[in-house]
Design a protein around this ligand. Sequence first.
Ligand SMILES: *Cc1c(COP(=O)(O)O)cnc(C)c1O
Length: 436
Amino acid sequence: MSDDPRRQVPRTDTLLADPRLAAAGERLGRSLVKGAVQRVQQRIRDGELPPGEAVGAVLAVLPGTAGSLQPVLNATGVLVHTNLGRAPLSEAAVEAVVAASGTTDVELDLATGRRGPRGEAAITALLAAVPAAEAAIVVNNCAAALALVATALGAGRELVLARGELVEIGDGFRIPELLASTGARLREVGTTNRVTLADYRGALGPDTGAVLKVHPSNFVVRGFTRAVEVAELSSALAGTGVPLVADVGSGLLRPHPQLPDEPDLQTTLASGADLVLASGDKLLGGPQAGLVLGRAELVQRLRRHPLYRALRVDKTTLAALEATIRGPVPPVQEMLAADIGSLRERAHALADRFRAAGLDAAAVDTEARVGGGGAPEQPLPSAAVSLPESFAEALRRGTPQVVGYVEDGRTLLDLRSLLPSADDALAAAVLELAGG
Ligand SMILES: *Cc1c(COP(=O)(O)O)cnc(C)c1O
């Protein structure tokens, strides 16, 4: 029965010993290659594949890297897209990550050979960029920063917070629920649309752990509204010993001329906040991180709290953060600054290339957004290439993978969320589908 396919299935050892598969095993790990071998053997057993093609079939299904996360071109027009990993790192930050990813001096002073403060260079960079801060620490993300603050300053005590700032950030993440989970009691003041200084004053008492202000990031309340600004609140708290903590969310270090409504760390501290919290991977344009800056004594309390050890970041995050702050302008900032004229030029150039390949393509004006909960009311003028609707799905599965969006029956590839250096790769992905 020599034509019984089961007898002809090449043995696992034989396949793994093939020089091409052995080389793949060195690069990707033997177990990953073995898994692919076993799937191919099954296809041969099922009569789907001639035994002689086993090695080629294994090579065809092996991934490019041992990790399965894929680089994706973000043509959604949302600069900080949480589902696409938020801020893309600058090349300088990527180099810093690679340099730090082996054995590195993250917690050792090489001059003396003694233990040094962890991540000191990233902290120094943060403090240089935000001179109103006396001290800083970095934790896993802004949610972790809130959890640490609520635990260290509010557990068993009260956190005073305006009702209009009981925010849900996204994917069911509700800040009040996070705060309450730490054992802090929330003392809500004001109404959904209005809160006054008297409301805050009336809530202060011997149990007050901190007053918290949370930037409502992804929505605005309009009409009959009233809020109490940091400066006003800080004056009212002067002499009470109650710290004022401001979660500004999006991570701008300084005011941004294009985003006048977005709070920044320097201004918020200079206005009197004792601590400010922000994300590293939104408008700052760096790695996922939670930044905590402010008065030295409070930062020190957080650093000494046992929970800090559970929330601290790794060496690659510290490296990327330092390079983002000290290095060249990160991609998110570059995208934000792109002028509409150059975006339109890129859209026209791409549309011309696609039409030359026989595609139904056009350059169109669009509105992009910051995303990630930043500047929700501020559309950014942008330009896109428009293609037939079926391209959206095909491009998501293409090489490289591209995520655009569908509007009025057309696929739009917005160029503000891509750097110009990605245009050729975008064109290649589209032209591949055109068969060109
Ligand atoms: C985005 C955001 C958070 C959550 O930040 P992560 O870094 O994603 O944990 C918290 N607070 C505000 C105001 C935000 O905008």
